[in-house]
Design a protein around this ligand. Sequence first.
Ligand code: ADP
Length: 598
Amino acid sequence: MAETNEKKKQKPTTVFRNTAWLFSVAWKIAPRFIVTYFICALLNAVWGVLEAWYIKEIFNRLDSGAPLAEILRLILAVALLTILLIAATRTFWDVGYERQQLMLRCGVHLKLFDHAISLDLGKYEIPEFYNDFIWAMNNADRTVCSVLDTLWRVIMRLTGGTAVFVILLDLDLLVAAVVLVSAGIGIVCLAYVKKQNYEYDMACRRARRVSDYVCRVHDMPDYAKELRISEASTVLDKLYEESLGERRSVIGKYKRRAALCGMIWNTTGAIKDNGLLLLLLYQLLITKTLPLGGFALAVTASWRVSSALKTLFNAFTDLSKQSLYIDKLRVFLDTETAVPSGVVQPGDFESIEFCHVGFAYADGTPVLHDVSFRIDKGRKIALVGYNGAGKTTLIKLLMRFYDVTDGKILYNGADIRDYDLAAYRAKIAAVFQDYKIFAATVAENVAGGVCAKEDRPRVTAALNEATFGDRLAKLDDGIDTPLTREFDERGVNLSGGEAQKIAIARAFFRRAAVTVMDEPSAALDPVAEYELNAHIREALEEDTVIFISHRLSTTRDADEIFVLDGGSVAEHGSHDALMRRGGIYASLFNLQAEKYRT
Ligand code: ADP
């Protein structure tokens, strides 16, 4: 379906609509840049027209035997004007252009970041959407700038070229017609070459993603250990070779056709240039309908007009190509989240209730079915079960990263979909097992953004509660220490357990109404785990907490334990009740206790 879409030829109206849309996006972000930029285009056009007019005037004056002083005055006036125009445009190009363009690019990216964050996680699982998402992130700012560049060239060449073409029309109709027709053939070939290149780009996308992935795996420290102790590199090498093979066959398909058209395009250009010269010589020497001055003017004007037409044609094919890309950007920005925000502001937390909740990811395989349970304020709840039972999925639904497929989740008795999404999420602090540490300072990592001065003591307190205090004391810059060495040589790479404590400190810092800890101590040794659990219990004594852990020693003190099996709640109750029951929980617990004893 998407493949068909990509190959769809764009109508001029679509190209126009897309260009106008992109222009309005850029205008909202950087109006000053756009005004200056297009004034520069007009000044350049004026300069081009001035040059053509000036040559004509010099020849006219020479022809009519005007005094040398008059010709020199004209040359001086034009030289002065040229200096002024160049000074004005150069100031913009050399001083303002790059800075202002960077602001535009930054604005485009911020818009994309905002939109990306507003989407549900299900979007990451739709390969077509994900391709466009990656494309938008990597290329959108460049597309915006190249569309503006194209419009810039259109304005400059259209104004300048039209004026010069009028001179050419006035001089000789046949010459003007030859220039137009040959340029027309050129545009057809050029459009085809560009279309082939676009289709080539699209056809290579998957192969490029595969090869990028393989390169990434090799240069990311996260994978370094696995690569050294496993045979994964043989699989990756094979993937890489296959992706290159795919690209080679794509080159064969698209590039050969593009090369043929390129040849036709170059050949017609050469025929036109030389044919025109022969025509002018014929008029100059045989029919004597063209004076020598007119010959010189015609050569200059024809070169200017044909180069202006070429730029215009290029601009139109560029705009059609860019329009295909703009489509992608529009699709991305128009894609609405599957978890739209409600409007109700959530009140202070009282209860959460899962009512007959069912859920399937994008692949359609049911993960949860008929899950019902209730969590009241101040309770400590544990979700336990085998890997893949659906525990993390339940939390993702609670956080509204996805919406339930069946049933509903209630917060204080009302469907969570009715609440303002940001306000609702702010009520829950979740620490996921696949937490990420950002390349930012310890304080920023804990505060989840810029850390205000008045929040610094709370950051330190949260780190202490997460048992990170001893490690913090050893960091030269304390909470201002940069984490990871990605951008900073002073940066610190933390161990898995230490990084996990930072993630837990985030939850302590946020102090939300409900705290979710998904495998909070998975990366810790038993002593550190015991210490951390004691701290968590103490720090969150009054709070509502949902624990997920496969280590049942961590969850045995919970007020209520829910055992998930095969996507539904198989057992629930206190540790003692579940042990007495002798079901899944009891056998899991005994198995683990046994392991610790041996
Ligand atoms: P648990 O936390 O109990 O280990 P999860 O909730 O992570 O289990 O996963 C439950 C099931 O859902 C597993 O079979 C897992 O493979 C599947 N699953 C998890 N995330 C996704 C996803 N993004 N897309 C498709 N299936 C997924």
